[in-house]
Ligand binder design. Structure first.
Ligand code: SF4
Length: 367
């Protein structure tokens, strides 16, 4: 398949690996922000293609992992109502809230449905005017335009029985928060290519400047990731800290203006609580006043409680690059994909799930 095979060729990977080894003179710690990149790194064993001085650590870019307990508990309260069809992406169904999961709510009789797009949920609202249809609108800048389009369509169609439970996150404030923390050891970032395909990368320029960190917009295939690492290492070795774009086949500086327009029309920037991390200023999106009647939290009059996470999950340390999954005392023992204690063991973008699933990386001549 075009744009896959050529980015998985072992000869190309070994060549770039040799070049990284040649230019590396000191230890460097680089964070890949996106959970999709984490999975590729672990699946293909890419750390083994790097010199010992170059360490990759995993970032907060798994939307399922960072959705707060408070929102999850609200989701379960709504989903348990007899008059509701609750729609979600499949990953969210097994994520533990403070007491149960959406899957358990479904088993107890709740109408919880897996959908593949928010517009599918809008369609369900049209088909079931006697029910309240709620879509769990989670994600980063990648999902926000489609979620915004669902709100726009619902308003356009004057649907009275559709709403969104919104848990949207923004990447740049998270990078700023990690970089600003006194115990951060991150010296460079691989920014998520698909996020930048929407937003472009202008907003990363002041971050690189303020925190003195190279930021390289990077794709998701093995060769993309190693090339992104090489671009970071080159800058680090030279003492540079600018934004570069490795993922030129998908990302332009200004991003996707159409997607940005619908996003900005429906959402506005807000504070956001990241599970395991806490609140980060300006790191979330909420519905604008004109769309607030589509806010499920408000529609159902849900209490705003801050539940305490007593699971023992250390996802916050992992999402901030301070620990690796295997350093969690519960990894592979109390916490496994069949019995997850925390979201990072559930999600297809969760770092713990990646370490568990790919304990033996893929090995073949052509990945
Ligand atoms: S192994 Fe489980 S408990 Fe530990 S950090 Fe990962 S998800 Fe949380």
């Amino acid at each position: 398949m075009k744009y896959l095979k050529e980015y998985r060729q072992r000869e190309s990977i070994e060549a770039i690996s040799a070049e990284i080894a040649r230019i590396t003179t000191r230890p460097w710690t680089i964070m890949e922000v996106c959970g999709g990149q984490t999975h590729a790194i672990v699946k293909y064993g890419l750390q083994a293609f790097l010199p010992k001085q170059v360490e990759l650590v995993h970032g907060p870019g798994c939307p399922v992992c960072v959705t707060s307990l408070e929102i999850l508990d609200q989701a379960m309260m709504i989903a348990a109502r007899a008059d509701v069809i609750f729609c979600s992406f499949g990953d969210m169904l097994r994520v533990p809230g403070s007491r149960q999961t959406l899957l358990a709510v479904r088993a107890a009789g709740g109408d919880v449905r897996t959908v593949y797009s928010p517009l599918q949920a809008v369609g369900l609202a049209e088909q079931h005017p006697d029910k309240e249809v709620v879509f769990f609108a989670i994600g980063f800048e990648t999902t926000a335009p489609a979620n915004a389009m669902a709100a726009f369509q619902a308003q356009h169609k004057q649907l009275q029985n559709f709403s969104l439970l919104v848990s949207q996150f923004l990447v740049p404030p998270a990078i700023a928060s990690i970089s600003a923390s006194a115990d951060s050891r991150i010296q460079a970032y691989l920014a998520a290519g698909h996020v930048c395909a929407i937003t472009g990368y202008e907003q990363y320029l002041p971050l690189a400047e303020q925190y003195g960190v190279p930021i390289v917009v990077t794709g998701f295939e093995p060769l993309d990731i190693l090339e992104g690492v090489m671009m970071c290492v080159k800058q680090l070795e030279l003492g540079h800290h600018v934004v570069e774009n490795q993922y030129v086949r998908a990302v332009v500086r200004d991003g996707n203006r159409k997607a940005q327009e619908i996003l900005e029309r429906v959402f506005e920037i807000s504070p956001q609580t990241w599970r395991g991390v806490g609140q980060i200023e300006n790191s979330g999106l909420r519905l604008r006043t004109e769309y607030m009647h589509l806010n499920a939290g408000q529609k159902f009059g849900l209490p705003s409680k801050r539940p305490v996470d007593s699971s023992g999950c250390i996802s916050g340390d992992i999402m901030r690059g301070q620990k690796k999954p295997a350093q969690c005392p519960h990894f592979g023992t109390r916490c496994r994909p069949q019995h997850p204690l925390g979201a990072p063991m559930v999600s297809t973008e969760g770092p713990c799930a990646a370490y568990y699933r790919y304990s033996k990386p893929v090995t073949s001549n052509e990945y």
